[in-house]
Design a protein around this ligand. Sequence first.
Ligand code: 6PG
Length: 472
Amino acid sequence: MNYGKNDVAVIGMAVMGQNLALNIESKGFKVSVYNRSNEKTQKFVEERGKNKNIEGSYSIQDLVNSLKKPRKIILMVKAGKPVDDVINELLPYLEKGDIIIDGGNSYYKDTDRRFEELSKKGIRFLGTGISGGEYGALHGPSIMPGGDKSAYDEVKDILEAIAAKTEDGPCVTYLGPKSSGHYVKMVHNGIEYAIMELISEAYDIMRKVFKLTPQEMSRIFKEWNEEHKSYLMEITYKILEWKDEETGKPIIDVILDSAKQKGTGKWSVQDALDLNISIPTINAAVNARTLSSIKDERVKISEVYEAPIEIELNKEFVDALKDALYISTIIAYAEGMKLLQVASDEYGYNLDLSEVARIWEDGCIIRSAFLKPIQKAYKKDLALINLIISDEFITEFRNRVPKLREVVSNIKKTKIPIPAFSSALDYFDGLSSKELPANLIQAQRDYFGAHTYERRDKEGIFHTEWQDIHNI
Ligand code: 6PG
């Protein structure tokens, strides 16, 4: 055993952990690896890690001893209790100044708690979102670290070396204190959910209204992606042309229409509600997944309400759909960025939103051509009230929202659900409405509960004795 020689450790040898370890080693670092079950470690070291500067450790103590000081340990284990378990196993062997990097999709409040507990013990902690899936982990992910700044400075070289690169630099930066890294990753995933749902709704319209084949839709998405340059759209057109090995059918027709979720999208919505921020497109995407998952109930109810999709739409409608998807996608980013802006103030993250957009430009799941103008918009004005009124996007909104309206109003004549498209339009319409009916809501609240109201013509808090008026 090479005591104290290795630069960094990766704990958790599922594919993400393996790929990250290989990526780090390929950049010239010596890596220790550990997994709870020794067989997994051994298999990795003997196969994918063979003839590389990768050393398997078969106990936590050996792993810690194999590292240079301050030790740098990356956790690639399942979010939740496993993270606490590993940290507790590590603690007896760590020394003040050692660094733990949690690279999973941890809930940000857990990260805050761990940050507090560990800093009391002198252990430096970085809650770090890592995006890009298995491929990204191996070839260059987008990395979102937050927490102890001095720890970041120690691991910066490693993180910059393994991250995806763009002309604007490596897709990693120190985001801010405490849970800022995991918070940014959570919102990244919220946006991810929304874009996935929007693309899926466009697919649903094309197959149900125009009866297009997966192959035909694949060609359309491929063409649209010349504008979007979106990873999610790219995988969509690849999926749509994929044939199932077993049946020879398009694989998309074989896959069940029932999607799962692990929590990050839901957490974004929950936290947005707590912060009084509206992110309806992301919310719609989370709900759409939830509804999709009760397939049996849907089948039963559909037997009562099944109705044919009968609507006459010409081929130009597909062009409108293209614009609708384009502008709704920007709305999904706008909602996410707004949430980050408010959370940053509320939680003291001090986020630079142009940097957030920059590190999302490549490597991550929501990478697309939109990130560059988003970066520009926040570079000019960090306090920008919303992307929809940024110079970068105003013309797009003026030109394309009418197409989104055309899509929503026409598809609403059918029973094809389009919650994300509808919500994106409602978000835009609500945000751009000087007048909303909340005056009536205020009055209702005051009527039944004496909750008081504000007036347009003078400052202050007012109440009307409605019940008396009512009884006259
Ligand atoms: C990424 C992904 C990744 C993971 C999601 C999936 O950025 O690489 O977001 O972290 O695939 O957590 O989440 P769901 O299981 O909730 O869809």
